[in-house]
Design a protein around this ligand. Structure first.
Ligand code: NDP
Length: 241
């Protein structure tokens, strides 16, 4: 059975990606930063598809945590064949008020976390001469967004990272792609004021906010055999925004 690791799989988009990959037959590993009960729920849900699953508490921005997590996952399930770098945070604010720690923590989780996990996954993928790396970026990493300079920089960084790593490891049978969601209904977006949500909605041609399922479907496609010749791409899942 193939193994998929989804970072930030305890809640939101990551949880639904984990469940979708479980339903496609992958054994599932997820990590989370603090919410163990939610992580256990995700794994219980994944196991209903008849696959194995484990959750590991690991801060993706911490290199040692990531090294330990990959060792634990390999021991329990085997080497990771599909890595979904999904863990992410926001610390929004106008540049003039943004603290150094708000900048650093967002870059560390979203961008350095993607680097840490990809680096930890790549050796086994090279040995297997196959692997799928799917990085969750954001449409604002392409377009920019006022009040999110740290977040947009981290997500634009993920896009550059994706394209570079796809060029480095394509020859080893590894595909590396990014998925750029638009406005997806999760805890991350629930905290926005109603007037901000209404303004976003007006910009979405499909006339509705996205769901985690909308993102998970594209991730499952990129993990599947059907996407074997797709690499270095940024797939926007925005309802046409
Ligand atoms: P949520 O806030 O709902 O969930 C975040 C997840 O990441 C949780 O599982 C959380 O764990 C985990 N996490 C946070 N920090 C760390 C860390 N340092 N190490 C390990 N795990 C961590 O986020 P969403 O589901 O909304 O977002 C998922 C991804 O999609 C993010 O990368 C986000 O930037 C991106 N995205 C989201 C959009 C949206 O509209 N929602 C739009 C575009 C992109 P715990 O439960 O333990 O806190």
């Amino acid at each position: 059975m193939s193994v998929a690791l989804v970072t930030g799989g305890s809640r939101g988009i990551g949880r639904v990606i984990a469940e979708k990959l479980a339903s496609a037959g992958y054994d599932i590993a997820i990590c989370y930063s603090g919410n163990e009960a939610a992580a256990q729920e995700t794994i219980a849900e994944c196991k209903k598809s008849g696959v194995q699953g484990i959750c590991v508490k690991a801060d993706v921005s911490n290199t040692e945590d990531v090294t330990n997590m990959f060792a634990q996952v390999k021991e329990a399930l085997g080497p990771v064949e599909v890595l979904v770098n999904n863990a992410g945070i926001t610390k929004d604010g106008l540049l003039i008020r943004m603290t150094e720690s708000d900048f650093d923590s967002v870059i560390d989780t979203n961008l350095k976390g993607t680097f840490n996990c990809t680096k930890a996954a790549i050796k086994d993928m090279m040995r297997a001469r196959s692997g799928r790396i799917i990085n969750i970026t954001s449409i604002v990493g392409v377009q920019g967004n006022a009040g999110q300079a740290n977040y947009c920089a981290s997500k634009a960084g993920v896009i550059g990272f994706t394209k570079s790593v796809s060029r480095e490891y394509g020859g080893k049978g590894i595909t590396v792609n990014a998925v750029a969601p638009g406005f997806i209904q999760t805890a991350m977006t629930d905290q926005l004021p109603e007037n901000v949500k209404e303004t976003y909605l007006k910009q979405i041609p499909l006339g509705r906010f996205g769901t985690p399922e909308d993102v998970a479907g594209v991730v499952a496609f990129l993990a599947s055999d059907a996407a074997g010749y797709v690499s270095g791409q940024v797939i926007e899942v925005t309802g046409g925004m």
